[in-house]
Design a protein around this ligand. Structure first.
Ligand code: G3H
Ligand code: 13P
Ligand code: ZN
Length: 316
């Protein structure tokens, strides 16, 4: 069942976070649905601009509509990740997405507010919800690139949410996209989340750049010809604390890419005679599903589907 993130966040707020997983192809899609169904977790499918242009945006949309049909037990939102205004409008018109993210975080505050307001107006008119971003994560996120973190200012966040009418807010607290998040110790600014929660009680917050980049995954990749050096991710044991501070959505992409890389490197090293894509595809889908189940346990979303279903029945 395709739902909006608003409904999912209302159930999760203060108790657990929902996994928002980026996918690009059929194998990820199958593994994602199977993993979430096996762990009875509500979830968010994230489609980036890059994913939309990798094959064709309509291919992904058709795949997700079909997934809804073949997996009636799944409760999920279909969300555009890091959209610009034009892509948001396209997704709003598509009739497939239930949620979009407008990322104008590289623009001056007033411009970010104006762009976000336009997207909110168009999205709400069609029953979609909007995630916006304030503050900038270090690194590259689609059309936004930054040398250093610009942490979210809680006072600005309060004004931004009130003036834009957005439904959730991505906050910059020291995470970044990709496999190289920290040099040395992880330093996350939970104090910023605390202050935003004080100013905006009950308002759903989003943590981007939340892959944990497991050492064991990187070791296995490197043991089979990979060359990933100096990687560092977010400690996944911090999600429970983040959830109590209003984080209802945790974005994970890189860890899924690592699963893909590890599975393919190991499989072809162990089966050098193989040139068939289906045996490896099957291994990947199963491994991806296992990875999703593990994340959902860390996020606290595992086992929540029946409660969400009950909640939706009472709050249609
Ligand atoms: O924010 C970045 C996400 O991980 C999506 O990555 O733009 O390469 O699809 P992508
Ligand atoms: P990671 O690169 O840490 O997986 O972050 C993904 C993300 O924030 C997508 O929007
Ligand atoms: Zn992101």
């Amino acid at each position: 069942m395709i739902v909006t993130t608003k409904q999912l966040f209302a159930h999760a707020y203060g108790k657990y976070a929902i996994g928002a997983y980026n996918i690009n192809n059929l194998e990820q899609c199958m593994g994602l649905f199977q993993g979430n169904i096996q762990s009875k977790a509500p979830f968010i499918v994230q489609i980036s601009k890059g994913a939309r242009s990798y094959t064709h945006k309509k291919m992904l949309e058709a795949m997700l509509k079909t997934a809804d049909e073949i997996f009636p037990e799944a409760i999920f939102a279909i969300h555009l990740d890091h959209g610009d205004e034009e892509t948001c409008m396209d997704c709003i018109r598509s009739g497939v997405y239930s949620s979009v993210m407008i990322d104008a975080s590289d623009r001056p505050l007033n411009e970010n507010i104006a762009i976000t307001r336009r997207v909110v107006k168009a999205a709400h008119a069609r029953g979609l919800v909007v995630e916006a971003e304030l503050g900038v994560l270090k690194g590259v996120e689609e059309h936004v690139a930054a040398e250093e973190h610009v942490f979210t200012d809680p006072a600005e966040a309060e004004r931004f949410v009130k003036e834009t009418g957005c439904d959730s807010l991505a906050c910059a607290i020291g995470t970044s996209h990709g496999a190289y998040k920290f040099k040395g110790e992880q330093k996350l600014r939970f104090d910023i989340l605390e202050e935003i929660q004080r100013r905006l009680p009950g308002f759903p917050l989003v943590m981007h750049g939340s892959s944990s980049v497991p050492e064991e995954e990187v070791r296995r990749i490197n043991a089979h010809g990979g060359k990933l050096e100096g990687t560092k991710g977010v400690d996944e044991n911090c999600f429970a604390k983040a959830a109590t501070l209003g984080v209802t959505k945790v974005n994970i992409d890189t860890d899924g890419r690592l699963v893909w890389t590890r599975v393919h490197r190991e499989y072809f090293a162990q089966h050098p005679e193989n040139f068939d894509l289906r045996p490896i595809g099957k291994v990947f889908m199963a491994e991806y599903a296992k990875f999703i189940q593990h994340k959902n346990v860390k996020l606290g979303s595992a086992g929540q589907v029946n409660n969400v279903r009950e909640f939706l029945a009472k709050n249609p």
